[in-house]
Design a protein around this ligand. Structure first.
Ligand code: CUA
Length: 329
């Protein structure tokens, strides 16, 4: 090969690498990471992307060079020269990718092992998914409809489902974990950044899938200690029950800032109770939670889970009914 050709090939490769690198770096493909685990996962992404850019640039350089240098002239109808395999070349283009893929798998395996390690004193949180809400239970037995994590401490999330398969995802934590009935799947999250991040269900689980969202608050260790002591929820006790059972995913209710539209609008609860004519407002509200099929508000379907009657303890159910009835008046 002539020296000039080598320069041209290398030049084409550099141009291709520069363009792809700009696309990789300038477009924000990944959310800014917010946990130690996602930092490692992003490292794997960049490691793989770097290798992909290198391979892509070599291929593009050879391809572009061949197209430019060896293309047939307009009046050239002759056959191409007969060529035979090139053993050295074949060994090289088999060995190099094999080495690269092995490198990627080693890096991934190391990251996977590190990300599964929660350290000696993780915060253990039970995560339960159900149509269409998340609940997070802390070691002190208290449950919330949203996740609160202290910055810098590893949390071990024990994820399960009560009905169908859901999947837990916080984009800034870069990890997805399925919530499967009868199974307990773990992920470890060590937050590195304060803030509020979305918790998203990322497995199609029914009509309310798109609304099955919550949020994860990463707070300072001092704020977390206060949260553990005071319970974190301000406002009426019924609001906590409302949030913890994910009522807002399906129902609109102004006092709770809930905007779900799958089920009846609870701001109209008093009016609906009159229409239904099934006893007092409190009786109607309770019946609608405990046995939702007993009366279906016209215009809506029989979609509400039938599990709340057994799932919500009696005292909490009373609080919830009171809260809803007060807000609806
Ligand atoms: Cu739960 Cu999608």
């Amino acid at each position: 090969m002539r020296r000039g050709s080598v320069f041209q090939l290398v030049g084409l490769g550099i141009v291709a690498a520069a363009i792809t690198t700009l696309v990789a770096v300038l477009v924000p493909w990944l959310p800014e990471d917010a946990s130690r685990e996602s930092g490692r996962i992003h490292f794997v992404y960049w490691f793989t992307t770097g290798i992909a850019i290198a391979v892509f640039s070599v291929v593009v350089a050879v391809l572009a060079y061949s197209v430019l240098k060896f293309r047939a002239r307009p009046d050239d109808d002759s056959d191409g020269p007969p060529t035979h395999g090139h053993t050295t070349l074949e060994i090289v283009w088999t060995a190099v990718p094999a080495i690269l893929v092995t490198a990627i798998s080693i890096v991934s395996a190391v990251v996977l092992a590190q990300n599964g390690h929660a350290g000696p004193n993780p915060l253990r949180i039970q995560v339960k998914a159900q149509q269409f809400a998340w609940s997070f239970t802390y070691p002190n037995g208290k449950s919330y409809g949203y996740l609160t994590l202290p910055k810098g401490r590893s949390a071990k999330l024990d994820i399960t489902s009560q009905d169908v398969i859901h999947s837990f995802w916080v984009p800034e934590f870069s990890q997805k974990q399925d919530a499967v009935p009868g199974q307990h799947n773990m992920i470890v999250v060590t937050p590195t950044r304060l803030g509020t991040f979305p918790v998203i269900c990322t497995e199609l689980c029914g009509l309310g899938h798109a609304l099955m969202r919550s949020h994860a608050d990463v707070v300072t260790p001092a704020q977390f200690a206060t949260f553990m002591k005071n319970g974190g929820t301000k406002g009426p006790a019924g609001l906590a029950v409302f949030q913890q059972n994910g009522c807002g995913s399906c129902h609109t209710f102004k006092p709770a800032n809930a905007t779900g539209t799958i089920g009846p609008d609870l701001d109209k609860l008093a009016q609906y109770a009159k229409q239904a004519n099934r006893g007092s407002l409190a009786q109607f509200t309770k019946e609608s939670i405990v046995s939702p099929s007993a009366y279906i508000q016209p215009g809506y379907s029989d979609l509400m889970p039938h599990t709340f009657g057994t799932q919500i303890p009696a005292n909490q159910l009373t609080q919830l009914v009171q809260y809803l009835d007060q807000g609806a008046k």
